[in-house]
Structures are given as C-alpha cells and as structure tokens.
Design a protein around this ligand. Sequence first.
Ligand code: MN
Length: 729
Amino acid sequence: MIRITDILDKAGEYLSPADLEMIQKAYVFSATVHKGQVRLSGEPYLTHPMEVAGILSDMNLDVATIVTGLLHDTVEDTLTTLDQIEKAFGKDVSFLVDGLTKISQIEFGDREEEQAENFRKMILAMSSDIRILLIKLADRIHNMRTLEFQKPEKQQFIARETLELYAPLANRLGINWMKVELEDLSFRYLYSEEYHELSKRVVKGKKRREKYTEEVKNIIRKEMLNYGLKCKVDGRAKHFYSIFTKMEEQRIDFDEIYDLTAFRIILSSNNDKKCYEVLSVVHSLWKPVPGRFKDYIGMPKANNYQSLHTTVIGPYGERVEIQIRTRAMHEWAEKGIAAHWKYKEGELSQEGEEEQIKRVRDLLEVQQELKDPREFMKNLRLTLFPDEVYVFTPQGDVKSFPKGATPIDFAYSIHSDVGNQCIGAKINRSIVPLKYKLQNGDTVDIITQSGHHPSKDWLKNVVTSRAIARIKNWIKTEERKRSITLGRDILEREFKKYNLKFKQIIKSDEIKKVCEIYSINTIDDLLAVIGYGKISAKHIVHRFLPEEERKLIDVVPEKVEKKARRPSSAGVSITGIDDVMVRFAKCCDPLPGDSIVGYISRGRGITVHTANCPMTQEVDSERLIDVRWDTREKQIYPVHIRVLCSDKKGLLAEVSSVISSKNINIRHAEIDTTPEKSAILDFEIEVNDLKHFNELVSELKKLKSVLSVERMRGLFFKPIKKRIHEKSV
Ligand code: MN
C-alpha cells in the first residue's frame, strides 16, 4: 500500500518544499473527510486518492494536479464543498476538483458505439484544463487495477467504458503506457476467456522467447556498433490487447502470430536523420517485408507520434517488427502530452515554447487561435473544443452545438415543429428560461405546446443557422399571410367605393392580366404587395373603371417598381437553392454552352464564372458550387471578341456587317493598328449562347482579310492603346 512519504519522495525530486507542504496538507484533509469510508477491497478509501496522486507524481505533474489527485473524490463522495476546497487550497485546485466532479457525473453506460466519439469529445470539452483529463485517466487506471473487487456487471460496464472512452483518450494525448494498461485491463474483463487463453500461451513460450529476444537484440546492437550508431535496443512483448486485435483483424490463430515481440531501436542522439541510417543498416542486415515500412517521422500520426516502422525477415525466417526513433520521440511516444508537462517550480521543459504549444494544439484539435500563447502556458488552461458544447437528449444521446446555443437551438435541431412550438425547457430536470445557455453535460428536455409560435425575439437567443432560418422563415410566412389579408381588405374597400364587385373581379381573367402587367405571378402575390404598400389599391381599381370615370379620379402617375427582374440573373439554376441572387462574372463572360461554376460571394449572392476562369483557381474552393444553365428563357449575354485583320480600308464596316447579319448587337467597339500594320478590332457584343458565338466566329474567319478571331476574357480586356504602350515599355 502506498504511503504519503512515497508520494512526497517522488514529488520532492522536482517540486519545492512549499509544494510538498501543500501535498501533505491535502493528504490530511482527504484522510479526515474520507475517514471511515472503505473500498470494496476492504482497504480504507484513502488508498484510492493516494494511489492516484502517486501516479500523477510519477508523471512529474505540477503540485495542483497532485493535490487534486488527493482530493478528487471529496466533493463527489463526502460532505466537502467546493468553497471549503477553495479556501484551503486555492482557486486552481478547486477548479480542477470541480472539473473532475462534473466528469464523474457523466455515464457512458450502454450506449451505442457510434456515440463513443461524441462522448470522448464531451469529456475533452469538459476538461477545460488538460490536467483534469490527466487526473481522470490516473483515477481510471487505479479503478481498473482494482476492478476485481467489483460485481461482475459493474466490471463489464466499467471495462467497456474504459475501452471505448478512456483508452482512446489516453491514445489521443499520446500517453502510450496508459493506453496499453487500460486496454489490457479492459480486455481481461470483457473477453476474459480469450485473455486467459492468450496469457497461458504467452507464458508457455516465455523462456524460449526470452532467449530469442536476447539473440536478436545482440545482433542489432553489434551491427549498430559497427556503424558507430549509438543506441539502446529494446525487445518487449506486445500487449495482449494488441495481439488480440491482430488475431481478430487478420483472422489468424495464435500460433500464426510470430511477432509477439516488438523490437525498438532508440537513438542516443536526437537527430532525426540518424533514424534513416539505422533503417538502412537494419535493411541490409535482414530483408525487409515489402509494404510494411512506415515513415511516421516524415508523416507523424495524429497524436504526434513519430517513429520509423519496418518488418524484416529475421534470423530464422520469421517476421520481426522493428521501430526506430530518437530519444525525444520515445519520450513523446511513452508519456505523450505529460512529457511536455513537467514543471520545475513553474518552469517548463527545455523544448521551445512555440513547438510545445503547437503540439498541444494539434493534438487536442484546439480550433481557436490563441491570442497570447504565453498567457496560455502560464495559466495552464487549455480549452478543448472552445467553440462547442455537448449536451444530452432525454434518451441519453449526445448532441453538439456551437457555444452560446439555447434550448431553442436544441428544439429546432430535433424538428421544426418542436422548435416552433417550444415554450420552455427542462435542464437536468429543472425549468430554465428559453435564453438559457446550454452547458456541457446538460440533459435537455423541451416543453412544447401545440399552437404556440416563435417570435422575433427568439432571433436574439439562437446561434445555429438552422434555428435562425426556421424562425425567419416562420416570420416571413406570417408577415406574408398578414399582408395578404391586409391587401385583400384594402382592395375590397377600394372596389366598393366604385361599386365594383370585388368577389367577381378577384376571380376574373382581367385581374390576371393586371398581375401580368406588374409581373406578378399569383393573386395572393398581388394582394401581398398591396398589403406591403408597394402598389396602391387605387391603381388596380383604376384599371377596372370605364374610360370616363377614370378621368375623374386623380391618380398619381404610377411609380410602381416592377418586380425586380435582373436580366443578368436568369438563365442559371442552382441545385437545391432557389431565390438567390445570381450575377455573371465580368472577368470571363460565361455563355450558355460554356461549362460554368458558381462562387458564393459574401452577401452578394452567387457569381457565375466559366469553369476554366483563372479567378476560380484563386478562390476558396469550399465556396464553389455546381450551377447549371437553364435556358428555357432566351437571353442575351455580353462577350468580348478580338479580330485581327490585315489593315485595309472599309474593314470595320465589313466586319460589323457580318456581325449584324447574325443578328448580333454591338455594344462597344475599339480599333487600333499594330506596328506591323495589321488592325486590331475589339468588340463587346451580345449573343444568345456559345453556339451563336461560334457561328459568328466561323463566319468572320471566312473573310479574306481576317487573320484571327479570339474570344477575350472581359477582365483582361484593356484599351488597346494602353496595351500596346505596356508592351513597348
Ligand atoms: Mn476516484
């Protein structure tokens, strides 16, 4: 059983006397509050927090982490309050204890495997300080080591949670020894038959394997010495769970697994290049197995693991797996993030701060740019997934939301009806206002009432685009409904004034003609624009009066904006999107027939470019969307053309007449001569489509004096004078 002096001895190697005093104090505190509590093993409860603190001091973690290790279960399992902890040990420790208490309230339970990643993210998000996660992992290690005292169902439950949640988290942090231990312990309880069978077999061949391992190690050592490569050679049995997964994945029997031992060559120097030298020595010693070489130095794993991996045909024709790495790489592979989390009186390890932050950041997928990295290191606060919050549905599934999301966002994420009819929410069984900001780990239960409606105010309290769109859509629909009713009232009243029968007129063909005049599609649309006040009812009534009566009414000249028709916007359809503003790019003048692509511009709708337009190469490709020509309606499109001719009188007239013979309008023309006495004719013309344009080109090429015809990209279409000038400079 661990004693407090063991912890103090270990911590004393790198912490100050004041820190040790604090640890001593935490020990006394923990012993007092846990007094009388007993673990299932029969040992005093205190052994558990002490073992956890012991693991953390083995990892050379800071004083607050070790103190929290001693106190981690006090708020959860005793009458101790966070206030008491804060008073006695300060804010840093109480913050960590609080984090641990919150995580311990999450239960993975019998969840589907697909939910595991969400749970892992939730735990990461709740570990707003990386130390919380390290303490949680140490806690889990000790609980797994003592799992034998639990009831069988509990063993299964905890082992599964460990295998699916905590071992992957240890892996993500790069702490290999924790990952390996957690996996093997889980394996032992979840697949106990396989575990025992495997361990029996491993034990059986142990002597023979040890002899073999020594032999291979010696061959490698000798060869490295020959080449003057200083290194350490390790030969270790692979961990059970990895052997087991290998057997499962490759569907092979235990007897077919030769490489139970993995060899490792750890260079004394920290020179990455030497690893490749070692590799070539190994490969000249034994033949490599093709396809088994992996360069994790050039391409590190997601958790920053670096090494060279190779498999060779060993001295007995057997496969031998060899890993090659530098000392620094080895340190990282074993201790992961904790290797870079060593504190000596608040100081950090030798590695450059920037490099460290980069690793931590990459590793934990911190998305937000850190404003001041120094500040971040000083506080040791690492916000994981700072932009996301993870909550439970009443069924226990995890959903993620952007930070600041409210129950309304949650409601709309279920269904628009749930959103529209949402009147309140219960968070962890108590009622909260709709503007409540969701917190990690909340269980959210939406209260609805049929007939209830969203309000404009809700827009202030939502952050998801889905909720915003649904609310806006509802408001728009409501406003339209109101405008139609209002428009109908106004129009009916106006008709009555002149003794016209509204009910008949509204169904007549005449009113449809009026709609056409205003480019309005339906009667409802007409009523709506009257309701909005865009068209006055008088103007409509006016059209239904006999000539003589019309004169009597004083109608102000119509200033009706025709329904905005952008001639440039028609002609293109965008899959899945309607009612969006479309413009054609001026840089490439797309014509129907050209292959095209849409670019989503900020706040200005979609700009259509030709697919080969150089502009599209330079923009964010995520903003490009598929668009298609929709040429049911004939349109004209501008395009630029350059005709090069031998200089001759009457040339312009000749070319222009060909253009107009194809029914093509010339918007603009420029003419110039080159020093070689040929003429350059630049036109901006209007064509129907690519076919139309190509017809013109072949027609122009038939002219004797025409040397070449070229389609110009608008943006690069510059006045000729200027262009020539540029050339001569
Ligand atoms: Mn615990």
